[in-house]
Write a protein that binds this ligand. Structure first.
Ligand code: SF4
Ligand code: SF4
Length: 110
């Protein structure tokens, strides 16, 4: 399994880290050196600019999480068991999983 996060859309909500049973995700400071250490293609790496639509939707939401301080990084994508828990919890709809048959799954917030 390959897992990455489209960084500009990640709100930092930590839901993926909280629900993943196998520790695929870690939260990394947006200004830290390892914010782009998953397999996200170049266009989905963090470059310091938030996705405007996602930012407008979530910037003022108070749900106990520290939005926009950190980004989720799929540091352990090979451990993914495709339980799909993260795919329905991701505020930014920015998790992409590719299984061993090259089927691609995108997160859709429920
Ligand atoms: S689908 Fe994979 S990455 Fe997502 S929560 Fe389940 S095991 Fe973790
Ligand atoms: S659930 Fe989605 S938006 Fe929230 S931290 Fe994880 S990747 Fe980012």
């Amino acid at each position: 399994m390959d897992v990455y996060v489209e960084k500009a859309k990640c709100t930092g909500c930590e839901h993926c880290k909280d629900v993943c049973p196998v520790g695929v995700f870690e939260m990394k400071d947006i200004n830290g050196p390892d914010v782009n250490t998953d397999s996200a293609p170049e266009q989905f790496q963090w470059k310091g600019v938030e996705d405007p639509a996602t930012f407008a939707k979530w910037k003022d939401v108070q749900d106990g999480h520290n939005h926009y301080k950190e980004k989720s990084v799929a540091v352990n994508g090979s451990a993914c068991i495709l339980c799909q828990a993260c795919l329905i919890e991701c505020e930014g709809e920015c998790i992409v999983i590719t299984d061993d048959s090259s089927t691609v799954y995108h997160s859709v917030y429920k």
